[in-house]
Every structure is written in C-alpha cells, then in structure tokens.
Design a protein around this ligand. Structure first.
Ligand SMILES: Nc1ccn([C@@H]2O[C@H](COP(=O)(O)OP(=O)(O)OP(=O)(O)O)[C@@H](O)[C@H]2O)c(=O)n1
Ligand SMILES: C[C@](O)(CO)[C@H](O)COP(=O)(O)O
Length: 233
C-alpha cells in the first residue's frame, strides 16, 4: 500500500528576516506562528499524510500543539536545506513508489487547490512535479555595483515554488547524488534535473509567498486575510 508523505523543512535560522527568533516562529495571524499556519494548510489538503518535520536540533521555540497531523515525526535539520530534506528521507519508512511532497515552512499561503494540483501532477509524472510561477517581469542581470548590464530573455523562465513532489526512490537518489557530487541545490527539482530527468512545472498561484525578508510578514498576513474573504480568488 502506498502512502503520501510531506516533508517540511523548518530548520532554517531566518537570517534575512533579521528577527529575534527564526521566522517560522514569528506570529502571522490569529496569534499563530508561521509554522502553525503552514501545517494547517497542508493538513487541510492531506489529513492522512505522514508528516516529517525538519527542526534545528537546538530549536527552543517549537511546540507540538501546532502539529495537526496524527502521523508525524521530527528529524534534525542539516546545515543546508537539502541536508534537512535528506535527513528526512533517511528517517522515513517509505517505499520506493511513495509520493513525497516537500514544502517550505516559510510558505504559509499555499492553497488547497494548488496542493491538490501538485499532488496530481507528481503522482502521474515519473520525473515528478513542482509548483512554479511564470516570470512576469523583465529580468535584469546586474554587475557587482548593482548596475544593469543585460536583460535576460524571460521566455520559458519560471520562479520555482513549493511543494515539489517526487517518488521517494527518485528524490532520495537525486539528493544523495547531489551530496556525493558536493553540489548544494536550493530545491529538490535541481537535483532531479541533474540526473537528466525533467519534472513538470505546475503553474501555481502568485500569492504562494516565501516569507524571507522583513516586509514579507505583513504581506503574508494580508494574503491570508484576502484568501479568507476570496478563498478561490
Ligand atoms: N538548513 C536549513 C535551511 C533552511 N531550511 C528551511 O528551508 C526553507 C527555505 O529556506 P529559507 O527561506 O532560506 O529559510 P532560512 O534558511 O531560514 O532563511 P535565511 O536563508 O534567510 O537564513 C525554510 O522553510 C527553512 O526553514 C531548513 O529546513 N534547513
Ligand atoms: C525551495 C525554494 O523555495 C524554491 O524557490 C527556494 O529554492 C528556497 O531557497 P532558500 O534560499 O532556501 O530560501
């Protein structure tokens, strides 16, 4: 019997946020931290999935009260995001064909529609799938002084988002290969592409914000409020 798995990398320090605690523990709305909102969204779409939560070994802010899943485990994060995800893969009792979706804890505005669309694509495409956003702005290449030196072609250029979903065996092989090659990848799809596979890009909502910089917190709160009024907007 195959199972669905969710890996949530939540072991980051939030350096770019510059707060007094990791950004996943900053209060977002309803007095709940970012982490609680993200896990609630994932649970709403996949209530029976198995959750593997990657937390820093020295995390002193986490509380299990924020985990709505019945079947879940925590694993220690690693030095890079990919190490945290690999630690999760090594701790899972998954079978090769289980579908594994990886979603940043820093993306609390993810919607049920996008989650289900990604799951469907990851299940039907052997090379997996990732939520992504076609680039809508003109893209500039800067020099070290911040001067625009070139405009990059934006045809077929996408912003990679999360979740990204793959069969367990492929994802584990891809990240272990990246580690053996001493390559640091910033998303799972990069590692799968390096094997010569082509994951499917699934066009996702533009409000699937990754909370990264200080002004992202208020923006994420505004998105959640707007989604509450217009759920399918
Ligand atoms: N060693 C790491 C680094 C990051 N992450 C997680 O990966 C996601 C995306 O990373 P990012 O937005 O860069 O978060 P941080 O690493 O916390 O941010 P920063 O780079 O500003 O420190 C986040 O949910 C973060 O918690 C992780 O689990 N393990
Ligand atoms: C996985 C990701 O969110 C896709 O855009 C992104 O690569 C994470 O990058 P970060 O530097 O770890 O935030």
């Amino acid at each position: 019997m195959s199972h669905s798995w969710l890996i949530v990398p939540a072991a980051g320090q939030g350096r770019r946020m510059g707060a007094d605690k990791p950004k996943q523990y900053l209060t977002l709305a309803d007095g709940q931290p970012v982490l609680a909102h993200t896990l609630a969204r994932l649970h709403g779409a996949f209530p029976s999935a198995r959750l593997v939560l990657c937390l820093d070994a020295d995390d002193r802010w986490f509380s299990p009260q924020w985990v709505p899943f019945t079947n879940w485990q925590r694993v220690a994060g690693g030095s890079e995001r990919m190490d945290s995800v690999l630690n999760a893969l090594h701790a899972m009792t998954a079978t090769d064909d289980d579908v594994v979706m990886v979603h940043d804890v820093a993306r609390p505005c993810i919607t049920q529609g996008d989650l289900l669309a990604l799951y469907q694509a990851a299940t039907t495409n052997p090379a997996g799938a990732l939520l992504a956003m076609p680039v809508a702005d003109t893209m500039k290449r800067a020099d070290d002084q911040g001067l625009s030196t070139r405009t990059e072609p934006r045809e077929h250029l996408w912003h990679a988002l999360t979740p990204q979903g793959f069969r367990y065996a492929l994802l584990r092989r891809a990240l272990e290969t990246a580690r053996q090659r001493q390559t640091v990848v910033t998303d799972e799809a990069s590692a799968v592409e390096a094997l010569g596979e082509s994951p499917l890009l699934v066009s996702g909502r533009r409000d699937n914000l990754k909370i990264t910089h200080p002004d992202d917190l208020a923006l994420a709160a505004a998105i959640l409020a707007a989604q509450a009024v217009h759920p399918s907007a």
